[in-house]
Design a protein around this ligand. Sequence first.
Ligand code: SPQ
Length: 429
Amino acid sequence: MSHVQFEYTSPKLEGDVIVPGDKSISHRSIIFGSISHGITKITNFLDGEDCLRTIHAFRAMGVQIEKDGNTVLVHGNGLEGLKKPTKALDFGNSGTTTRLMLGLLSGLPFETSIYGDASLTKRPMDRVVTPLRKMGAVIDGDADGKFLPITVQGGTLDGITYRLPVKSAQVKSALLLAGLLAEGETVVQEETETRNHTEVMLQAFGADLKQNKEGIVVTNKGNLTACDVEVPGDISSAAFFLAAGAIVPGSAITLKNVGLNESRTGILDVLKEMGAAITVSNERTTGGEKIGDLTIKYTALKGTMIEGDVIPRLIDEIPILALLATQADGKTIIKDAEELRVKETDRIEAVCQNLQVLGANITATEDGMIIEGPTKLTGGKISSYMDHRIAMMGVIAALISEEPIEMDEKDSINISYPTFFDDLEAILQ
Ligand code: SPQ
């Protein structure tokens, strides 16, 4: 790993950023395009490593997918058009690819083996394997299918009613995908709403999916039909510049075409609560997803409480929100975020250890962290923990640190935001 140093002297951020396409929506557009009939044209597709894993998986199953930059054409031949891959599928670092594909592969008439990188191999898969087995899936893997590598012997499935024990859109989506292939109804119930891109997009592709008081109900009635997808900008990527704009003195940034689906906008609620100068403009809807422009200006912030139902609406933004909280006046408490411990790394430990090195007053708790601000950040040596979101947090920290910040690597950022440094350069004054 090659160490990198970040040093920005009296920076100020000004201008517009067009953040890349949403990672969650990009994955789903490939999956639903591949199982539908017809040509799905995807624009503003995220060219990040995780989404490329999903493309490779479907190409390996015989789907013709043409990619020209951020435009992708998926030539779907329906579920019956998918073929057994000739070798095991490598899902790299991508939790979304793995969990959603486990749902789909469970109902396809062939055997598939899947594996991933060191981080993915440590992430729990039993959260999807357990309910899929209840539907009749035959899944074998390390520690009885808790971890990759996993082999799925696809076959017939029966619909079930399942109440999610974890706040996870990936588990919900895996079951809805399996439900498209199962006999009878599959009902997924969730206590706290998680991102709903699967539901929105399945409806756009013509699936028989409804939401009623029972839960989210899907059946395997008929084929899906190809549907063009314009991917909104990723609010989880925008979050790094929202935070930067709020904490780097003198900054004013506009982030264009950002996805504003309510199940993802928890960060906007929290920023407003903390006193950030943020405005939303140019709101519109495309493919059932809300989009708009976000303008943020530097201003004084105050600490806040982040807990309960907002957590799934900002789960991936917590690392950068923690950095922001080090600059806010007073205490910020983050609770109910135990899911952070099973992301690309244990994000509670990674955030706290890095920010402590930089002189922040931050303490890890079982399900979150407590931050007391404001503190000036010194420089120091930190680690990305090979996690794209931790790495980007480290770079943004360097914008306000008194000394340079050295990090063990920066390439992990390509997972979700390959143009991160170009976008940063473009607004650095
Ligand atoms: O795909 P992966 O690796 O799980 O990515 C992450 C991320 O930070 O990019 C989580 F580490 O995002 C998840 C997110 O946390 C993407 C996702 C989705 O597209 O459905 C849902 C969330 O995960 P979960 O486990 O809460 O369902």
